[in-house]
Design a protein around this ligand. Structure first.
Ligand SMILES: C[S@@+](CC[C@H](N)C(=O)[O-])C[C@H]1O[C@@H](n2cnc3c(N)ncnc32)[C@H](O)[C@@H]1O
Length: 238
């Protein structure tokens, strides 16, 4: 899935919003607590203007089970892109260790109660949040997820790693489980995305009345349904 970002340049659609977020956080490192393989973060990092001085710290709950992802990112040798080599549960991070956060296609994994906890722990500590999602709960986005399966059939030879070529070929063309899973994952992800009104309601419940949500949608010819960003901005921040 991540390789599709590279082929379609989806990550570049977020570049403006990420740059603005990075600039506003000043010298602080930005934490992506659900980095997965870290590959999308790598693409984002490499596509940003170097003069911005962006510093990213990645972690994930599953790192103990798949340590190769963190090792691969750290082996790139970038001073300003580091991946924690142990599992970190976002929902258990202490208040004193909270950092500005960026979520890449992961915020929809959390239910309303968990989102409430995340917003309370991060915004409540004066740290801002940027949520990036490649889909949303709208007909155009749902239709574009259906194309995920077709794309996997068309682009399979360009995106698969050599060592996985035989099983990937079997499960893409002969027994098409991979296209089916891509479509299923895309549709479930769309349906799980949070709406601005539900997020605003959570902010009200938390009495975080000084937080604004700036939402942007960016589209391209290759990705017409577009990507979203939600910037949780703290007004009158010291
Ligand atoms: C859909 S993946 C997104 C991965 C990556 N950001 C990307 O775009 O490829 C969601 C990630 O969230 C992680 N995750 C889920 N719950 C978590 C938690 N409580 N703390 C930290 N990571 C969590 C999962 O392990 C998974 O890697």
């Amino acid at each position: 899935m991540s390789k599709i970002y590279f082929v379609f340049g989806i990550h570049k659609l977020w570049r403006k919003e990420i740059s603005e977020f990075v600039e506003r956080q000043g010298a602080e490192s930005i934490h992506d607590p659900c980095a997965g393989s870290g590959y999308v973060n790598q693409l984002i990092f490499e596509s940003l203007d170097k003069n911005l001085g962006a510093k990213f710290y990645l972690s994930d709950l599953m790192t103990d089970e798949s340590p190769e992802f963190a090792k691969q990112i750290n082996s790139l040798g970038y001073q300003d892109l580091k991946f924690a080599e142990e599992s970190i549960d976002l929902l258990k991070i202490e208040a004193s260790k909270q950092m500005p956060k960026m979520f890449v296609n992961s915020f929809h994994h959390f239910n309303n109660e968990q989102v409430k906890e995340i917003l309370k722990n991060t915004l409540g500590q004066g740290k801002e949040i940027l949520v990036l999602e490649y889909c949303r709960k709208t007909p155009d986005s749902l239709v574009s997820m259906l194309f995920g399966g077709v794309l996997s059939l068309l682009f399979f030879p360009f995106v698969v790693e050599k060592k996985f070529i035989i099983p990937s070929f079997i499960f893409t063309y002969l027994i098409p489980i991979i296209p089916f899973m891509l479509v299923w994952d895309g549709i479930v992800s769309c349906l799980r995305t949070h709406t601005i009104s539900s997020l605003k309601q959570i902010l009200v419940e938390l009495n975080l009345t000084n937080v604004l949500i700036e939402k942007k949608t960016r589209r391209s010819l290759l990705y017409p349904s577009g990507v979203d960003s939600y910037f949780f901005k703290i007004e009158n921040r010291k």
